[in-house]
Design a protein around this ligand. Structure first.
Ligand SMILES: [Zn+2]
Length: 458
């Protein structure tokens, strides 16, 4: 295969200008409007990408305002590049304007520069480079752009319900080299018919996929001594407790450390620690759900006590996070997030958990099972991506595994490939002052062009 990747460099200035234009369209998910299921921002950003490609002379298609594609080439088989044009909200701490991109030296600052607007524009320019070079691929190529990756990935659910699934695909929405292995993700809810304990309320966590940083519980003042004594004896505790009483109730606050559910070992689970405290203080009086969580879930981040501990060489070990506990007078429930290895079966894991929970009088409901992703190292897709990476960088592309879910999960035969030449945290993705580094971003553009070329031209 020829090395054509460097041909993208001649578009550098106009490509970066278009990245800036797209970043300046604030495309966080908003309320739906007519023809704009994810709100005005994402719809405008999608429209911008499709208009840009149309002005370059490509066939484009807007699919229900949720996603779209740009097509080039002829052939039966389809190669896909999957990127997204929506972004997470700015959040706090910015020293730049998140939605007015600013080029400073070797950097462009702005929300979405790296995740994933830069890579989306880059993919469109790769098609332009192929066309201008008069390269005629023998497969069709589609750059597919979603407008709701950051929230629920409903864009791709809809898109692939209406459009063809690519035979070979990659998504430049993570970091290099190649992520060919993503664990499966289970969300399971535990419930008891009513709050049958003496804990008046217990609130912790906002999302199943985050290790809760804080837990708050209310108990009757009569149990104050027992709880304070248990806290004093709680020698192995990793979190910090605070107590406040108003004469009739005792409020317990527990502070841990947040982390992503795919790496629970990096956090301190405030919900789990509070559960343990309440059980030590109140025993059975803590209620059915809290007792079950104490015996089978709390602090057991590898699922040992639920009997689901498992690891394989492709993906590493199963992890478990107690993400939400929500108990008040009328209801009593909790949600866990499990990341399971690619050779395990989500259905089997759920069945085991359901069985165990029932023995405690707790109902388990399967909220979702996002199947694992695994593409073999000797497959056509990986072989070609490795070749493209080596052609441009001179280095071997290593494969890696993740417990996080990337956009590539939406593909049948696809992996995350780029766009970060460095770990994603370096670019402040989802944080303040997100930026792209022009030199390494252009290196990504070269790899992306080379990869599309190698995948589509035999
Ligand atoms: Zn992304």
């Amino acid at each position: 295969m020829k090395n054509i990747g460097s041909q993208i460099q001649k578009y550098k200035e106009e490509l970066l200008e278009d990245v800036i234009r797209l970043v300046n369209i604030k495309s966080c998910r908003e309320e739906a409007k007519e023809g704009m299921p994810f709100g005005e921002g994402p719809a405008k950003a999608l429209e911008f990408c499709l208009n840009l490609a149309e002005s370059m002379g490509f066939k484009v298609k807007n699919v229900g305002g949720r996603a779209g594609h740009i097509e080039y080439g002829e052939g039966e088989k389809l190669v896909g590049v999957l990127a997204h044009c929506d972004v997470v909200p700015a959040g706090d701490g910015w020293t730049k304007d998140p939605f007015c991109a600013e080029r400073v030296g070797n950097r462009i600052y702005g929300r979405g520069t790296m995740d994933d607007k830069g890579p989306a524009i880059s993919a469109i320019y790769c098609l332009k480079a192929l066309k201008d070079l008069n390269i005629k691929p023998n497969k069709r190529i589609r750059v597919i752009i979603g407008a709701s990756e950051e929230q629920g990935m409903e864009d791709m659910e809809y898109y692939f319900a209406h459009e063809e699934m690519p035979d070979l695909a990659f998504s430049p929405d993570s970091e290099y080299p190649i992520c060919n292995c993503e664990k499966g993700i289970l969300h399971i809810e535990f419930k008891t018919p009513k709050n049958d304990g003496s804990v008046l309320s217990f609130k912790s966590g906002t999302a199943a996929n985050i290790v809760p940083v804080q837990a708050k519980a209310q108990i009757n003042i009569n149990d104050k001594n027992a709880v304070e004594k248990a806290a004093a004896d709680f020698k192995d505790k990793k979190c910090r407790f605070e107590f406040a009483d108003d004469g009739s109730n005792l409020a317990i606050s527990c502070f841990g450390k947040a982390a992503h559910a795919s790496t629970p070992e990096e956090g301190i689970n405030a919900a789990g620690e509070a559960v343990i405290l309440l059980c030590r203080a109140l025993g059975d009086k803590a209620g059915t759900l809290i007792n079950f969580l104490n015996e089978k879930v709390a602090e057991d981040i590898y699922g040992e006590r639920l009997g689901i501990k498992y690891r394989d060489k492709q993906s590493g070990g199963l992890t478990l996070n107690l993400g939400i506990v929500d108990i008040d007078e009328t209801s009593s429930k909790a949600v866990i997030d499990i990341r399971y290895p690619v050779t395990a079966d989500g259905g089997d894991i759920f069945a085991k958990i359901k069985d165990t929970a029932e023995k405690y009088g707790v109902t388990a409901n399967l909220l979702s099972d996002s199947k694992p992703l695994y593409v073999k190292e000797d497959s056509e897709l990986i072989t070609k991506l490795k070749s493209a990476y080596k052609t441009v960088t001179g280095e071997e592309a290593a494969l890696y595994s993740t417990g996080g879910g990337t956009y590539a999960r939406e593909l049948k035969n696809g992996v995350a490939f780029g766009a970060g030449m460095k770990p994603l945290s370096y670019y402040n993705i989802h944080g303040a002052d997100e930026f792209l580094e022009i030199d390494d971003f252009m290196k990504h553009c070269e790899i992306c062009l080379q990869a599309i070329y190698e995948l589509s031209c035999d």
